[in-house]
Write a protein that binds this ligand. Structure first.
Ligand code: PLP
Length: 393
């Protein structure tokens, strides 16, 4: 199919919920993607972070092919060996108190499940979320997403959601009370601008929710699987939530979302409380199993810590000498560069340098590289950023 036909078909038939770039990506391998003309790009978008373990990572592809030759769909009413193996492998990545999981097909569904569990377990209705948070696009997740632009056109949403200021510790005490079912928070707000929660803020959230009998839900959909330098971002803070949701990278390139609960919540659901046609299918779980192997065998968090130290140091230096960049934000391979202007223009400029990035909010340029990037890739990325950020020498 030629490029004009591709543009026309997508533009004409897909509803306009994304602003499109004139680039047609047809192939990917590890940290690179190729366009229809065979031009190679360094992928620091990784499909909103989901391809963090690389495109077509060999270990994951082999597992997918093996499963494809066995069976792809098994109803949750029956048992399956690949599903059981996935549980075994995922548990190696989880602190011991997290014994329960619900497997879904996307991040937003995993968030929905977390909200349902919180409601059913506590028998309370209210949720506390944060300004600039992002938890997904379905009605429940949207209701706790702290961005008016996303919520407004679809109101009325869930009532009784309170939005607090992120990282403002002294306000938490009066907002967290016994009426809440749960507090939900991203350890690093991704979509909202790469805002890293402070240790004091997270510790206070944990302390107050525990004191008031409120569940603490962490959204690790973007931060999880090693992206921040630990398997889970909450490990930076020395706290553990009651529930956390993961997605994106754990699917190894296939769609997934998982709600993970501590053992006290293990029996919250009874048959009929939840369900999903595709959730828990062995095709995706073969990929997710292999993704767990990759995280452990390739020491992904350690690699991120090591490589990001170099990258962040060099970007910090660029930012300090740039006319357009205000500051560097983030942790590990979840990086934001706050700009004076609209960040989308800088995404376009980076495309000219054969680097694919994305935005976070209006004026933050977001980089979500995969753990496999090399020193050469880092050099290419830093040189490209130096060009577009108008760096003084
Ligand atoms: N929560 C966070 C923190 C996310 O970054 C995202 C996606 O960007 C979601 C939830 C929603 O995940 P999904 O797009 O898989 O539904």
């Amino acid at each position: 199919m030629n490029l004009d036909d591709i543009f026309e078909l997508e533009n004409k038939h897909i509803l306009k919920y994304y602003r499109k770039k004139n680039l047609c990506i047809v192939k990917g391998y590890m940290q690179y993607v190729w366009d229809i003309h065979g031009v190679k790009y360094l992928d620091c978008n990784t499909c909103y972070g989901a391809a963090f373990l690389g495109h077509r990572n060999d270990k994951i592809v082999n597992a997918i092919i093996e499963q494809l030759n066995k069976i792809t769909l098994v109803p949750m009413t029956f048992y399956n060996d690949t599903r059981a193996m996935f549980i075994k492998k995922l548990r190696r990545l989880l602190p011991s108190k997290f014994t329960g999981i619900v497997i879904q097909n996307s991040g937003t569904e995993a968030v929905e499940v977390a909200l349902k569990i919180a409601r059913k377990f506590t028998r309370k209705r209210k949720f506390l979320a944060f300004i600039n948070s992002f938890h997904g696009r379905t009605f429940g997740s949207l209701s706790i997403t702290g961005n008016e632009r996303y919520r407004k056109p679809f109101e009325p949403l869930l009532p009784e959601v309170i939005f607090a200021k992120f990282n403002v510790v002294h306000e938490l005490n009066k907002l967290i009370n016994e009426d809440l079912a749960a507090v939900i928070v991203e350890p690093i707000q991704g979509e909202g601008g790469i805002n890293v929660a402070t240790i004091e803020f997270m510790k206070e959230l944990r302390k107050l929710t525990e004191e008031k009998g409120v569940l603490l839900i962490l959204d690790e959909i973007q931060t999880g699987c090693g992206r921040t330098g630990y398997v889970w971002a909450f490990q930076h803070y020395g706290i553990e939530p009651d529930i956390f949701v993961i997605g994106k990278a754990i699917g190894g390139g296939l769609p997934i979302g998982i709600t993970i609960v501590k053992n006290e919540l293990q029996n919250v659901f009874t048959p009929g409380d939840h369900g999903s046609t595709f959730g828990g299918n062995p095709f995706v779980l073969a990929a997710a199993s292999a993704a767990c192997d990759v995280i452990i065998e390739d020491k992904v968090p350690e690699q991120v810590r090591l490589k990001s130290r170099k990258l962040l140091k060099e970007v910090e230096d660029l930012v300090s000498r740039s006319k357009t960049a205000l500051r560097l934000k983030g942790m590990g391979f979840m990086i934001g560069i706050e700009l004076r202007q609209n960040a989308d223009d800088y995404v376009n400029k980076l495309l000219q340098e054969k680097v694919i990035a994305l935005t976070a909010g209006i004026n933050v340029l977001r980089l979500l590289p995969p753990y496999v990037i090399t020193n050469n890739d880092i050099e290419h990325l830093v040189n490209s950023l130096a060009k577009i950020l108008e760096v003084k020498s």
